[in-house]
Design a protein around this ligand. Structure first.
Ligand SMILES: NC(=O)c1ccc[n+]([C@@H]2O[C@H](COP(=O)([O-])OP(=O)(O)OC[C@H]3O[C@@H](n4cnc5c(N)ncnc54)[C@H](O)[C@@H]3O)[C@@H](O)[C@H]2O)c1
Ligand SMILES: O=C(O)C1=N[C@H](C(=O)O)CCC1
Length: 253
């Protein structure tokens, strides 16, 4: 079965990547693509005005909408999907708690799958972190993420997810974002470091150190293609499911 996807943020880095990835697959077809800057085409798909999204959802009846945009539009598009009965996949980061609450509200009406990172390697890193942290009780933890120089939010959504994973397995820890001046480390804190440089697609390192040894768990995305492929895998998996909140790990099971 071919799942018909609508793509938002079509002229953005990820939107373009999703449209490119879709052309190589048989299990998905692009129903339409929208952007704030409408006009022209990406990967042979005409780019419509994002302001027309509610009408397009009703007229073109896609199965799933795939969203990589910004926090405000993500919430707006999730509500439009809930209204139109279209499943919603989003990897947009930088959402506030209120933003996530709005997505969960949409999940009462349609299937919603949100992931701060759609790479399989990050899913494996999360499992490794959940295992390593309790095994290395009392070790200091530092988390470093590195992304391209146009990224807006910091720390990355993936870093926040990894911090939640660590809190889940060893209890809540204070976070120290960077260090400057007289700033000795406290025992339980997690140092968090965000670097922005060049066109780096995404790197995350969780460093555990103690007992005269250190363990560094690192993931590097070689290109944005891994995120686009994961998001389309999620869209194909989500289509036809019941309304509710879904996780990317379920797609990989
Ligand atoms: N979950 C993942 O695997 C993953 C991977 C890569 C990027 N991301 C996230 O995806 C998002 C987009 O990243 P990008 O590099 O493509 O950014 P980008 O700036 O290149 O593209 C964003 C697109 O969304 C549009 N947009 C932004 N705010 C909007 C608004 N309020 N209304 C309508 N359109 C809006 C922009 O016009 C642009 O076309 C970011 O939040 C980023 O962190 C997530
Ligand atoms: O390029 C980005 O922006 C990325 N954002 C996600 C995040 O914030 O974790 C995933 C990696 C790429």
């Amino acid at each position: 079965m071919t799942v018909r996807v609508a793509v938002t943020g079509a002229t953005g880095r990820m939107g373009e990547e999703v449209l490119a990835a879709a052309t190589d697959r048989d299990d998905v077809a692009v129903a339409f693509a929208v952007s704030r800057s409408a006009g022209g085409s990406v990967e042979g798909v005409a780019v419509e005005d994002a302001a027309d999204l509610p009408t397009l959802l009703t007229d073109e009846t896609p199965d799933v909408l795939v969203d990589f945009t910004g926090p405000a539009s993500c919430v707006e598009y999730a509500a439009a999907c809930a209204e139109a009965g279209v499943a919603f996949v989003s990897g947009t980061t930088g959402l506030s708690q209120g933003g996530f609450d709005s997505l969960r509200e949409a999940a009462e009406d349609v299937p919603v799958l949100y992931a701060s990172n759609f790479s399989r390697g990050i899913a494996a890193l999360r499992r490794a972190v959940r295992e390593a942290v309790p095994a290395l009780d009392g070790y200091d933890i530092e988390l470093t993420e590195t992304h391209h120089n146009a990224k807006r939010d910091a720390p990355s959504g993936t870093a926040l997810t990894l911090l939640e994973d660590i809190d889940d397995v060893r209890g809540d820890s204070p976070r120290v974002h960077g260090r400057e001046g007289e700033a000795p480390r406290t025992e339980s804190e997690i140092g968090v470091h965000a670097r922005r440089a060049g066109d780096i697609a995404g790197e995350h390192e969780v460093l555990l150190a103690g007992n005269h040894e250190s363990l560094s768990l690192t993931h590097r995305a070689g290109s944005r293609g891994v995120f686009a492929a994961g998001a389309l895998d999620a869209a194909a998996w989500l289509s036809g499911r019941d309304a509710g909140w879904y996780d990317f790990t379920e797609v990989l099971e």
